[in-house]
Design a protein. Structure first.
Length: 111
């Protein structure tokens, strides 16, 4: 199928977007725990992520910045809220294409 661009007299074919890649896989979070009110930089080992990926540490943890380090590593600046409930949190990395990967109980808020 071709489309003619009005007034220019040229024909163009629609381009389909490439198929999505593999979903990200989160392997490790270091450090994997913090106390309330802590501010720290966390390194996440991940595969299949795309530049522009976002990270979620769950309730009570504020993500300040996500930085691409390499194809297998992200650094994330976080702050643990002073009222965060102690316990484990899942860490989820989401690519701009919407695919995500989660490390279950990947981070812990300590008392």
């Amino acid at each position: 199928m071709k489309y003619v661009v009005e007034g220019l007299g040229i024909a163009v074919e629609p381009v389909e977007p490439p198929p999505p890649g593999d979903a990200p896989k989160v392997y490790n979070v270091d450090p994997n725990s913090a106390s309330r009110r802590d501010r720290l930089t966390v390194t996440i080992s991940v595969a299949n992520f795309q530049n522009g990926a976002t990270v979620d540490f769950g309730e009570g943890i504020i993500v300040r910045a996500v930085t691409f380090v390499s194809a297998e590593e992200l650094t994330v600046r976080i702050r643990v809220h002073n009222r965060a409930e102690p316990g484990s949190r899942d860490v989820t990395v989401t690519n701009p294409d919407g695919q995500s990967g989660t490390l279950i109980d990947g981070f812990t808020v300590e008392n």
